[in-house]
Design a protein around this ligand. Structure first.
Ligand code: SPV
Ligand code: MG
Length: 557
């Protein structure tokens, strides 16, 4: 991330405590940031544990740095790296600062353990501290080596850990502050906070804020530590400890039960992993930067809108994801499209977009779905409508034959029109419980009220929309349209002109409010070749409970 040291300085300048969380790789860093911490601690304890080795300078600097860099690469919050004893003497510290700064780390911490160190908590191991002078020299070397003036160097004393007493801890803390440390960390493995609180009370370098790591004195709250004078509080190792617990429980259960469903309540859904690693962005990038695999027709499905008519069924999912006998409407559409050779499918999401995550589909999001209408949603997928494309509403079920038929249409713009609407416009079965239909009026309705069968002369569309008077309509637009390359170009050009002109669009007063039928009406008005392609029933729009019930009744599976 850009200028992490600056961000850390801003946190230091801000009133209140800075609370950072220990992590050991990109994933734990991302989860720590998501949880809302101010920054991240590239913990030597965690990083060593992630390699399954003791925290004892067993990892090389490059290995520790690699983990810290992984964290800084994904995080937007500052990373402070635990650099143990600077991986050697003052000369090693200089290299360490250069490398960590280059990796985008905001600051580092170096402790006065000798090299090789031992983790502060290990019992029964050899523990020795470097001389005060030597460690102060390392701090001076670090401050002299940093290039970015904001880079933060924390000096840590292990005097209390080593049992050398409060007096020694203070001598060391003061010497490191005087050597130029930006902050001083006083570490303690006491079960109570008394040691660190006592140290803070005696601290007499007010320009050098204090840091603590409440791991063993675990019941002391941040607020109390901050009141006592601690500016930076490090929760050092809980990411790895919680993951060890979770992994142990899950893997032992799996081994015992011998089926993967046995741990479903112990694991996150796969989609949580996808979200953490950014699969959504990758899919978008595929759409933006990789050539489309099938050069033929692209399907663009509008699935952005929020439907009132089906609440509460659509409280958590958008209409296209409603289940109809084991498969969602969208899955059924994709199946038919695939069966007709259309593999190139784009879906525009909006309402409850996270619920739409089917594979082999490119996604576009209309995040302004609540305040815009279909045309704006369609043009979220502008990239897809450069060549021939099939337009579909995400809430219709249709027979494969309708799709096969429209794919053969030679017109620049073809609308699939249900002629059964005129036959049955009075019939309760056709109209009860349905929303306002998009009606179609033809230019030469030679056979008004009569169903067309077989190859017919082209039926040119005169009007389409909800305001077409039923008495003048010859059918209902089912929500499927095919645009040839020329038709797509005309649509794009018209959209560009409408954005400029800010005028009404079809029956809508503005582009924001325009439905697809509105912009098709404008295409008709501008002389485009818009034809109706007759079908007779064999489709269903799911807009109301009655529609939804009808869908369940009609689908045979
Ligand atoms: C670390 O997280 O590696 C630390 C803090 O240095 S502690 O483990 O408490 O020493
Ligand atoms: Mg450490």
């Amino acid at each position: 991330m850009t200028d992490q040291p600056r961000k850390l300085r801003e946190l230091i300048a801000r009133p209140g405590p800075i609370v950072i969380i220990g992590a050991h790789n990109g994933l734990s860093a991302r989860i720590g940031e998501e949880a809302g911490f101010d920054g991240l601690w590239a913990s030597g304890f965690e990083i060593s544990a992630s390699y399954a080795v003791p925290d004892a300078n067993i990892l090389t600097m490059a290995e520790s740095l690699g983990a810290a860099k992984m964290m800084a690469d994904v995080a937007n919050i500052p990373v402070i790296a635990d650099c143990d004893n600077g991986f050697g003497n003052a000369i090693n510290v200089i290299r360490c600062i250069e490398e960590y700064e280059r990796a985008g780390i905001a600051g580092i911490c170096i402790e006065d353990n000798v090299f090789p160190k031992r983790c502060s908590f290990y019992a029964g191991v050899k523990r020795e501290l470097s001389g005060v002078e030597e460690h102060a020299g390392k701090i001076k070397a670090a401050k002299a080596a940093q290039k970015n003036r904001d880079f933060v160097v924390i000096a840590r004393t292990e005097a209390l850990i080593a049992g050398w007493g409060m007096e020694e801890a203070l001598i060391r803390g003061r010497a490191y502050a005087d050597a130029g440390a930006d902050m001083v960390l006083i570490h303690s493995k006491s079960k109570t906070p008394d040691e660190v609180l006592g140290f803070a009370k005696l601290w007499d370098r007010p320009n050098t804020p204090l840091v603590c790591v409440p791991t063993i004195y675990k019941d002391t709250k941040v607020e109390e530590l901050h009141k006592a004078g601690f500016k930076l509080i490090i929760m050092a190792n809980h990411a790895i400890r919680s993951s060890i617990k979770a992994m142990t429980e899950t893997l032992q259960t799996l081994r015992r039960e011998m089926y993967t469903g046995s741990v479903e309540d112990k694991v996150v859904p796969l989609t949580r992993v996808y979200q953490l690693v950014g699969v959504d962005k990758m899919a978008k990038d595929e759409g933006s930067f990789m050539p489309s695999e099938s050069p033929g027709v692209t399907a663009v499905i509008l699935a952005a809108g929020q439907s009132q008519g089906l609440l509460p069924l659509t409280e958590n999912v958008p209409k296209p994801m409603l289940d109809v006998k084991g498969k969602s409407v969208l899955e059924r559409q994709i199946e038919v499209l695939n069966a007709c050779g259309i593999k190139d499918i784009a879906v525009v999401r909006g309402y409850k977009k996270e619920a739409i995550n089917l594979p082999n589909v490119r996604y576009y999001d209309n995040d302004a779905f609540a305040t815009t209408n279909e045309v704006e949603s369609l043009f979220c997928a502008k990239k897809e409508i450069g060549g021939q494309f099939l337009f579909l509403y995400g809430d219709i079920l249709f027979e494969r034959g309708h799709l096969e038929k429209i794919l053969k249409s030679p017109a620049d713009i073809s609308l699939v029109v249900d002629r059964a609407w005129t036959d049955a416009q009075q019939s309760a079965e056709q109209t009860s419980g349905r929303g306002i239909p998009d009606l179609v009026q033809l230019k030469d309705p030679q056979e008004t009220g009569y169903r067309f069968v077989g190859a017919e002369a082209p039926h040119r569309v005169a009007r389409v929309g909800r305001n077409v008077a039923p008495a003048q309509a010859q059918g209902e637009f089912i929500g499927m349209a095919l645009f040839s390359e020329r038709g797509a170009r005309q649509l794009n050009d018209l959209y560009g002109r409408l954005v400029e002109s800010k005028s009404a669009v079809g029956e809508a007063t503005s582009l924001r409010e325009a439905s697809v039928t509105d912009i098709v009406q404008e295409l008709v008005n501008s002389g485009a070749d818009v034809q109706a392609l007759d079908v007779y029933k064999g489709w269903l729009e799911i807009d109301t409970f009655d529609d939804y019930k009808r869908a369940w009744a009609l689908i045979k599976e």
